[in-house]
Write a protein that binds this ligand. Structure first.
Ligand SMILES: Cc1ncc(COP(=O)(O)O)c(C=O)c1O
Length: 394
């Protein structure tokens, strides 16, 4: 280490006694909380301009902690590359803007997360991009809407909140025939339960704030796909400034490491609670792809390895009864979001789908008496007991 003891204290406060030459191999990847990176030579810096991804410049472009997380997501989604974002919506907006321009059209499922829906319905048309919504179970409807200007198709499966499925093979075939960039939001299922890219989708996208983080502690997002498409989205992430902060990336990675065990438990609780709810006389309907009564159960068995921790119920008696049920819950928290270790309940018409017109709700098949449950990793009998006591009191 260079001797800097003769330097002024103000210099030493900034530089210390020089950079220690250490080579460490921490088991837990470090948080590289640095805005920028320095070089031993200009030659090294210039390699960045040749596309050498081992040369870091500025953490809005890339960051080693974030790169580590990206490797995990790419691997989980069976592809080459992934990008991590400061939110799921950051991933959605950077991806969509990377592939459409004025005059283009988008096809989108009519049941989407509210924020994605608003982006597609409110923002893009103002920029000259037309968005056509269709029932993502019905590609005959999609055929009637696609045209030479359509560039991208955006879908969720299972959908939020009513757990409708898209047939991946059918969707990928449709997208390939029409030369569309196909994007699947895989937040609800996670890559533990399904991998849309295996069926021919181009890009898979996540709100990492949900199952990836798993602890309701970080807002983050991800997109995964081929080198070529990811490179294009990377330009938008860089210029939109939507990369995740390294400290939050560290938390995200911590969550991802336990994804497999958590999702196994979410799947188990999802199925048990769905079965209990289906047998209860005060519940009108249960939406869960793992139940034989789900209209697309055979498709679920074909393309999903597990059915997830999201269960949506419709109570007999309308919105007021559903509100009373929510207020009676003791263990399950009344909160938005999903995918954390703690079980949550929320009413879509008051939260994620708030502001939908009656017609939009009808088209998306969302009812005012719906309660969406995000089952955590607690003991299933305790969750059932809480739901039972809440139903007994209405
Ligand atoms: C399916 C789905 N996609 C995208 C998002 C947006 O993610 P974020 O809140 O991390 O921006 C959400 C958030 O609830 C979601 O549920």
């Amino acid at each position: 280490m260079e001797n800097r003891k003769n330097k002024d204290k103000s210099t030493i406060a900034v530089h210390g006694l020089g950079r220690p030459k250490i080579s460490v191999k921490p088991v837990n990847p470090p948080i590289i909380q640095s805005t920028n990176f320095y070089y031993d030579s200009t030659e090294q810096m210039k390699r960045f301009h040749t596309g050498d991804k081992s040369v870091f410049v500025y953490s809005r472009y890339d960051n080693p902690t974030i790169l580590e997380v990206e490797g995990h997501i790419a691997g989980l989604e069976n592809t080459d590359k992934a990008l991590i974002f400061s939110s799921g919506l950051g991933a959605v907006s950077s991806t969509v803007f990377a592939f459409v321009k004025q005059g283009d059209e988008i096809l989108a499922g009519d049941t989407l997360y509210g924020g994605t829906f608003d982006l597609l319905k409110e923002i893009l048309p103002n920029l000259g991009v037309k968005v056509n919504f269709f029932d993502s179970r019905n590609f005959t409807e999609a055929e009637s809407l696609v045209n030479k200007n359509t560039k991208l198709i955006f879908l969720e499966s299972p959908t939020n909140p009513n757990l409708k499925l898209t047939d991946f093979e059918e969707a990928a075939d449709f997208s390939n025939r029409h030369n569309l960039i196909s994007v699947m939001d895989n937040t609800f299922a996670t890559p533990m339960n399904q991998n849309p890219l295996d069926y021919g989708f181009n890009l898979v996208l996540h709100s990492g704030s949900k199952y990836f983080s798993g602890n309701s502690d970080v807002i983050c997002g991800a997109v995964a796909g081929s080198d070529e498409l990811i490179e294009k989205i990377w330009q938008y992430r860089k210029l939109f400034g939507t990369i995740l902060d390294p400290s939050a990336g560290f938390l995200m990675l911590k969550g991802i490491k336990t994804l497999a065990v958590r999702v196994a438990k979410h799947n188990e609780n999802g199925l048990k609670i769905a079965e209990f709810c289906e047998s209860h006389p005060k519940i009108e309907k249960v939406h869960y792809p793992g139940l034989p009564s789900h209209p697309q159960h055979s498709l679920a068995k074909k393309q999903m390895r597990g059915f997830g921790g999201m269960v949506t119920i419709e109570l007999k008696g309308g919105q007021e009864t559903a509100e009373r049920f929510m207020d009676n819950l003791e263990l399950i928290l009344n909160a938005v979001s999903l995918g954390g270790v703690e079980s949550l309940a929320t009413m879509p018409v008051l939260t994620t789908q708030y502001g939908y017109t009656e017609e939009e709700l009808k088209k998306a098949e969302i009812s005012p008496s719906m309660v969406r449950l995000s089952l955590g990793i607690e003991y299933s009998d305790d969750l059932i007991a809480d739901i039972k006591q809440a139903l007994d009191k209405i």
